[in-house]
Write a protein that binds this ligand. Structure first.
Ligand SMILES: Nc1ncnc2c1ncn2[C@@H]1O[C@H](COP(=O)(O)OP(=O)(O)OP(=O)(O)O)[C@@H](O)[C@H]1O
Length: 260
């Protein structure tokens, strides 16, 4: 890897009692990279993400963020540098969209007027109409709109790193596709480094520059989609089989170059 990694995992391990959640993971995430972590339920993906911003602490190994060992960082300051998008939005139900997005700037002591302007800028960024949405409660939004607010909130403190835990998983396919594409455009526009968890290899291939595959706490493979295709690991190949099958079936059934 040419430049210093923005996030570096070195032999990272985490147990919960007898459960081995993360088992000796070493992985570098380069500046500006969009990395997807793919793996089945319980493979340790969320644990790895939560270790990164010290929502939980490593048992063994080291994690560096922007070159510094996070065990020596102030967790609150660390979390300001890392935006986090939760699986189901993770919005505060009793707060309006504007207050949800503005919560971190408020905690940072930014004046009210500046926060209001920042909220509007973030609503534009995630393509939600300001006047329509800023005063609504999360319960009055669609799932896709809630996730857009979740992304806006994660970006509120202008982080350079964003971690996303299965952000588009619960959405219908069209919304999911639109949000994924929109987020990828944002990732480029803002020069972010993104780590996204997903169960879905197709989504990972479509959105990410590189993919890391986890199973039973271990990192089985990492690389570009093309590199993964050359893996000799049976599980990795199995994960790639579904998107391959879908492509073949789509090509067979959809008229080439037609309006469909
Ligand atoms: N706080 C906890 N206490 C006890 N066990 C935990 C805790 N958090 C995670 N685990 C266990 O660690 C293992 C890895 O969990 P993790 O949530 O990281 O998996 P995951 O790959 O994100 O799964 P999913 O895709 O279902 O979210 C699982 O066996 C899980 O039950």
């Amino acid at each position: 890897m040419p430049s210093k990694p923005v996030i570096g995992y070195a032999r990272v391990a985490k147990n919960f009692g007898p459960v081995v959640a993360v088992d000796g993971v070493s992985l570098d995430v380069a500046e500006g990279e969009f990395l997807a972590i793919v793996g089945g339920s319980g493979s340790g993906k969320t644990t790895l993400l939560r270790l990164t911003n010290r929502l939980i602490e490593v048992d063994r190994g080291t994690i560096t963020v922007e070159g510094a060992d996070i065990s020596r960082a102030d967790p609150v300051e660390l979390r300001r540098r890392i935006g986090y998008v939760f699986q189901s939005g993770g919005l505060f139900p009793h707060l309006s969209v504007a207050d949800n997005i503005g919560i971190t700037p408020k905690l940072l002591g930014i004046p009210q007027g500046e926060i209001a302007a920042r909220v509007d800028e973030l609503l534009d960024l995630v393509r939600l109409d300001r006047t329509q949405h800023r005063d609504r409660l999360p319960q009055d939004l669609s799932g896709g709109q809630r996730q857009r607010v979740g992304v806006a909130r994660a970006l509120a403190a202008r982080p350079r790193i964003v971690l996303m835990d299965e952000p588009f998983g619960a959405l219908d396919p069209l919304t999911r596709d639109a949000l994924g594409e929109d987020y990828r455009a944002l990732h480029h526009k803002l020069g972010l480094t993104t780590v996204m968890i997903t169960h879905d290899m197709t989504e990972a291939i479509l959105l990410a520059d590189r993919i890391a595959v986890m199973r039973a706490g271990q990192l089985l493979a990492q690389g570009t989609p093309a590199e993964l295709g050359r893996s000799d690991d049976a599980y990795v190949l199995e994960l790639l089989r579904t998107p391959r099958r879908q492509v073949a079936r789509l090509n067979e059934r959809l008229p080439q170059g037609g309006a469909a």
